[in-house]
Write a protein that binds this ligand. Sequence first.
Ligand SMILES: Nc1nc2c(ncn2[C@@H]2O[C@H](COP(=O)(O)OP(=O)(O)O)[C@@H](O)[C@H]2O)c(=O)[nH]1
Ligand SMILES: [Mg+2]
Ligand SMILES: [Zn+2]
Length: 309
Amino acid sequence: MRGLVRYGINNIYTVQTEAGTFECRIKGKKLKSGKNEYNPICSGDFVEIEIDHNHTGRGMITNRFDRQNSFARWNRKRGNIQTIAANIDLLVCILSPESPEFRPRFADRVLVNAEDSFPVLIVMNKSDQTITEEIERRLANWNAIGYDVIKTSAAKGQGIERLREYISGKTAAFVGQSGVGKSSLLNAVEPGLNLRVGEVSEKFNKGTHTTCYAVLESWKGGTVIDTPGIKEIDPVGIEPEILSHFMIDFRPFIHDCAHSVCLHRDEPECAVKNAVRDGIILEERYESYLRMLSDLEHRVQANKYRRED
Ligand SMILES: Nc1nc2c(ncn2[C@@H]2O[C@H](COP(=O)(O)OP(=O)(O)O)[C@@H](O)[C@H]2O)c(=O)[nH]1
Ligand SMILES: [Mg+2]
Ligand SMILES: [Zn+2]
């Protein structure tokens, strides 16, 4: 029987099927994580299950169906790939202006990891807090280069209707640092979801971890995946040489560089660097790129890098 994975805790997966919900373990060794993979199954995966007729509500996962796409990150601590959500139509990247502090480079990394797979909606939540000119400039730039950007306040109920429109009829995964208001926004869109909301701790100005695993929930308008707060996000499955292709604002210039393989860093006659100098590419975006590039190069050197195929 085919089912949809809602969440997994300690290798027990909650799988939704036509015949109800089953708590499942993975059968045998078939689904052992791939090399360098942290988890073989994640929220949003479609799996084949065998029902355990001796135990009501239990089953075994015998197969994972091919994924249409997935959102993953490089897990620095463990040196492997962590898949956060699978088979999604839209990634919603939540940011906040003050608490937690605005982290545009985090969003740039999310955009790179999503670029080949699905559209991203950037949401500036907590718009009841002060949005500085610098933040406005970044939001305007993302919008100008081709991403949808909206402002919301889960606290004040602003922008919720637009957000609901964006995610209706879709499987939408919500990502962002802990405390930006992912769960609050989802509750505002659909109060029936009743997701747990955490306080932003004063001491660290960061949300406490109330969602420690991703969870898929259906609502009348579609399906959402609320993910745990992600602190760091590193590109996955991208060689340093092609990183620039994942920066949509760099693309128009890449082929005008003098070197056919240009990292757009130290090379002379680099069309990307010229575009930065001329203010066509935002300098902060270029800085985000350089940091990602350097992270990827370090990983290659550490010989931990693996192409996802
Ligand atoms: N001021 C303000 N606080 C918010 C807003 N949305 C959420 N919060 C608060 O931020 C904290 C973290 O929210 P939560 O939804 O748990 O964040 P998550 O970790 O991203 O899921 C809670 O104390 C919420 O009440 C908002 O729009 N404005
Ligand atoms: Mg949450
Ligand atoms: Zn170049």
